[in-house]
Ligand binder design. Structure first.
Ligand code: GRF
Length: 199
């Protein structure tokens, strides 16, 4: 059975979408640990209510390498084989990423490479794009930059606010993240340069 480790910083709704897919059997895996870098992350409570192993490893004030080493220790202890970043608001070091080659996924609320970084929905509104969306990608050492697994498009409406647009994007996030995890766990894909080809 595949062993998932989920990293969160806040609300944890993507974590919950993944947990639902695991619970209903559409992802053949076990969530062996949920780790938050902020002790107040709401997702931790949601994970505990589901009876999952949910722990807080606060990152505040710690050097990246020191913190990532703490994370790695926990993930290895739990024998995690796929790491899912779900609203995890930290960049990971190269030494962390090299421990999980092509085994770290992230979700981002824009059609990358447009609008990487913080407040992607706000960036989309400011720029005036008519279509935005979300992206699940492999994580490399650069911010929101690794090979793309899945994307979903979401139209921007004239009366959208950051909140209304974020809510519609989030619905798509909850659909494509579990789907991307299924694809990765199935192994039915190949990477050609930056392109991820499904087989
Ligand atoms: C999502 O919009 C995700 O794409 C971004 O951060 C947000 C996290 O939301 N990386 P949640 O914690 O999963 O509810």
């Amino acid at each position: 059975m595949n062993r998932l480790g989920i990293l969160i910083s806040g609300r944890g709704s993507n974590f919950e979408a993944i947990a639902d897919a695991v619970a209903n059997g559409s992802i053949a895996a076990e969530i062996v640990v949920v780790i938050a870098n902020r002790p107040e992350a709401r997702g931790l409570d949601a994970a505990r209510q589901r009876g999952l192993n949910a722990i807080s490893i606060p990152s505040k004030g710690l050097d990246r390498e020191v913190y990532d080493h703490m994370l790695l220790e926990e993930l290895h202890k739990q024998q995690v084989d796929l790491v899912c970043l779900a609203g995890f608001m930290r960049l990971l070091s190269g030494s962390f990423i090299r421990q999980f080659p092509n085994r770290i996924l992230n979700i981002h609320p824009s059609l990358l490479p447009a609008f990487p970084g913080l407040d992607a929905q706000h960036q989309a509104l400011e720029h005036g794009v008519k279509i935005t969306g979300c992206t699940v990608h492999f994580v490399d050492e650069h911010l929101d930059a690794g090979p793309i697994l899945l994307q979903a498009a979401v139209p921007v409406l004239d009366d959208d606010t950051v909140e209304s647009l974020s809510a519609r994007i989030l619905r798509e996030e909850h659909r494509i993240y579990p789907e991307a995890i299924r694809i990765v766990l199935s192994g039915r894909y190949a990477t050609e340069g930056r392109r991820v080809i499904f087989s």
